[in-house]
Design a protein around this ligand. Structure first.
Ligand code: ADP
Ligand code: MG
Length: 255
């Protein structure tokens, strides 16, 4: 049987900053319900690639397509509304409760206008209740259920970082972009997060693009891996294939 068409198709993407080619003809596809890892040494262009996928950075060449819809020149909020959500490498929230943060994530999905909710119309109240219910489910899915009403400032670093993941999920995305989701976590927190990402794929059929330095996590979670080095794609394959690729070893060992 032929493979299902990709949910995300990244084709020949090139990004230039003054004097620097941050991405140089990068192409990869993400199969529905799969985890695609994007790996490579520091400065390889992984975060820049996420910036292109989420509309924060306009490529000099190439295209990004979600299903049948080209995303390449759309504004970030349009791309998010079409179903691509992301987390950021270095952002961890410190304000409000877990519930507050997840409701902020639901805000973009709100049907009732700002005026309706400000006037506390019944339709807006009903919608608010629905959003709160779904936020609670997402907290459960991401292992934050028992902390739903806790101030995030009181949570462990690992839980706080997972609030970012949960907030991205509140957009009900088709594709979730995770930029170093376990960076700074201890071993137990890493294991817990890996478990959560695995469950998200299994239970929501979510497609994930994962940028991560923790090779153990990549090997455990990824179906496909694309390796970048100085903005160039130098290898593509299953985790086992790229792990044995001489070019990849060279890029990582710097020999
Ligand atoms: P990675 O996430 O793989 O570590 P980045 O995508 O952050 O790499 O960066 C790739 C390259 O592009 C680096 O050399 C970085 O310094 C450069 N870069 C990233 N963003 C900008 C920017 N806004 N302006 C200029 N250079 C940038
Ligand atoms: Mg980065």
């Amino acid at each position: 049987t032929p493979a299902a068409p990709p949910v995300l198709d990244v084709r020949d993407v090139t990004v230039r900053f003054a004097g620097l080619t941050a991405l140089d003809g990068v192409s990869f596809t993400v199969a529905p319900g799969s985890v695609h890892a994007l790996i490579g040494p520091n400065g390889a262009g992984k975060s820049t690639c996420f910036n292109v996928l989420s509309g924060l950075c306009r490529p000099a060449a190439g295209s990004v397509t979600l299903g049948d819809t080209e995303l390449t020149r759309l504004a970030p909020h349009r791309i998010a509304a079409l179903g691509v959500a992301r987390t950021f490498q270095n952002i961890v929230t410190t304000h409000g409760t877990v519930a507050d943060n997840l409701m902020l994530g639901r805000h973009a999905l709100s049907r009732a206008g700002f005026a309706a909710s400000a006037l506390r119309l019944p339709s807006a109240r009903r919608e608010q209740r629905e959003h709160l219910g779904r936020a609670r489910e997402i907290a459960e899915l991401t292992g934050l259920g028992s902390h739903f009403d806790s101030p995030v400032a009181l949570l462990s670093y690992g839980d706080r970082k997972r609030v970012e993941l949960a907030r991205a999920l509140c957009l009900e995305p088709r594709v979730l972009l995770l930029d170093e989701p376990v960076a700074g976590m201890n071993a137990a927190e890493r294991a817990r997060t890996a478990e959560v990402v695995g469950e998200l794929r299994a239970e929501l059929g979510l497609s994930v693009v994962l940028v991560e330095h923790d090779m153990g996590l990549v090997m455990r979670l990824a179906d496909d891996v694309t390796v970048l080095d100085f903005g160039r794609p130098i290898a593509h394959g299953t985790p086992d294939e790229v792990r044995r690729d001489p070019e990849v070893l060279r890029a990582y060992l710097g020999t």
